[in-house]
Design a protein around this ligand. Structure first.
Ligand code: COA
Length: 260
């Protein structure tokens, strides 16, 4: 697939995916969602890539939401399909990748933009970032997982307030709420994400895959998180990474994980 609305830069084991529709504040239209799906799928299957960072182009926006111009005339059926397809292709897809994804929130993260950031495994923001779920101001509700992931991350009362007021919160407030892990300047944003990605890259990809599964299971309505953890823990013992990690520790050397 040729990418029109995103681009990918790879450096060593880290890939940066940039959503590139700055004139539309990187709003997620159908094509962009499909491109992101394809890019995440490819990067997830590439064993040389250990971490993916996703960000928005320009200095103003991460993603200002789903592209409103594409669904303004939708009916009930089309609306439901829009949410279902988006969740399947992008939001649930990203959350369940085996490769960690960090959101580098470089500006507005609204609606689908905040939902994308929340589907990532964690978030780092720049000082100018503003986050919100403005859908109720459009006569809608969040449809890409926002009603589920926001209360999970910041608590139900705060999420209810954000959804009902349709307001935006500052990066500092997001930090206070635990919605983002760090807030830094725009210049420091990607370098910090890369530093965190480097740290992650030193660890076992097969263990990280199991950790993602176990953590996600705790938030799933049909999986027992503790049972998933036991299963995932056991599986780690069958990996080369486990042999390498424990041998390296005992031999007082740095582990060289292959992800198998
Ligand atoms: N869908 C489609 N287009 C969008 C968009 C979206 N979610 N967000 C921004 N854009 C477009 C604008 O229509 C405008 O396009 P134009 O230049 O062709 O008119 C361009 O991006 C720049 O946005 P603009 O509104 O002029 O910038 P601003 O600095 O005045 O305001 C925002 C910035 C983010 C406050 C404002 O764009 C906004 O409220 N966007 C919608 C946010 C939203 O409701 N998202 C949830 C969607 S479900």
């Amino acid at each position: 697939m040729t990418y029109e609305n995103i681009y990918i830069e790879e450096e060593g084991s880290i890939a940066v995916v940039t959503i590139d529709r700055p004139k539309k504040l990187n709003a997620l239209n159908k094509r962009t969602i499909e491109e992101l799906h394809e890019a995440f799928k490819e990067l997830n299957e590439d064993s040389s890539i250990r971490v993916v960072i996703v960000t928005g182009s320009g200095e103003k926006a991460f993603v200002a939401g789903a592209d409103i111009s594409e669904f303004a005339d939708f009916n009930v059926k089309q609306g439901g399909e829009l949410a279902a397809k988006g969740q399947e292709l992008l939001f649930d897809f990203v959350e369940n990748l085996k490769t960690p994804v960090i959101a580098a929130v470089n500006g507005f993260a609204l609606g689908g933009g905040l939902e994308l950031a929340m589907a990532c495994h964690f978030r780092v923001a720049s000082f100018n970032a503003k986050m919100g779920l403005p859908e109720t101001s459009l006569g809608l509700i969040p449809g890409y997982g926002g009603t589920q992931r926001l209360p999970r991350l910041i608590g139900s009362g705060r999420a209810m307030e954000m959804i009902m007021t349709a307001g935006m919160i500052s990066a500092d407030k997001a930090l206070e709420f635990g919605l983002v892990n760090y807030v830094v300047s725009q210049e420091e944003l990607l370098p910090l994400c890369q530093k965190l990605a480097d740290k992650i890259s030193n660890n076992s990809p097969s263990a990280i895959k199991q950790a993602i599964k176990a953590v996600n299971a705790g938030y799933s309505y049909d999986t027992n998180g503790y049972a998933q953890e036991i299963d995932a823990f056991g599986k780690c013992f069958g990996t080369q990474d486990f042999k390498e990690g424990t041998s390296a520790f005992l031999e007082k050397r740095k582990a060289n994980f292959q992800g198998s």
